[in-house]
Design a protein around this ligand. Sequence first.
Ligand code: CO
Length: 264
Amino acid sequence: MLRKFRALFFLVPATVAFAQQPSPAPEKPKPPPVAEQKITVSSVHVDGPYIALTFDDGPSEKLTPRLLDLLAQHHIHATFFVIGENVAQHPEILQRAAREGHEIGNHSWSHPNLAKISDDAVRSQIKRTEEAITGAIGSRPVLLRPPYGSLTTRQKHFIHDDLGYEIILWDVDPLDWKEPGPNIVSSRILKETRPGSIVLSHDIHAQTIQAMPATLTELEAKGFKFVTVSELLKLRTPVPPPTPKPVNAPTATPSPVVAASPNG
Ligand code: CO
């Protein structure tokens, strides 16, 4: 009797503790709501070997013209996400980039973490830069890349819905700002880039510019075609539904793919 009582005594606190625990968290984080997924773009689905190279944080007085020379040699159009302060210093570099067919996007006035400043300050960062770009090249930017890729969900909505920007992130990041050496920058880009990729790098680091001749040549050799981000968005095709894999399909069934592909 005493034994039974003791057992019960020890059980009770454990049961109470268990009952007080919150319901267990789901094993996988929930994907963001559909509206939020659509509002930023990191890469797109395309039917073709199209990619967009993007260069952030310029224009740089010394490096951006060197990059423009190289891109012109390769007949490649890229997208430059520029900082307003730098545009104000070198509008002529932006004019050249636009004249040579590159796209210009907004990357804020002074590169703050937009998620950590007020809505008014965010609007000011974006609008001031928009005016500087428009003043230099005569057309307003329609793409925005937030510094550090950092925006709150609410900011994403007002930048998209009220200020009229597509918010562009990236899926290929060589971490070139850490200056790992041109070979590493190049090999990271070559390893990660696939059709529909948006490649991030920075035209304010000498190593990035040094990495580009080999990177461009190798990407060309792989068959990639270079377009601006706005062109890439226009080339976007719907993601096909996942092809169902037959479970326990009889092994004797001939594969229609093999049968229909005499050319391999
Ligand atoms: Co940046």
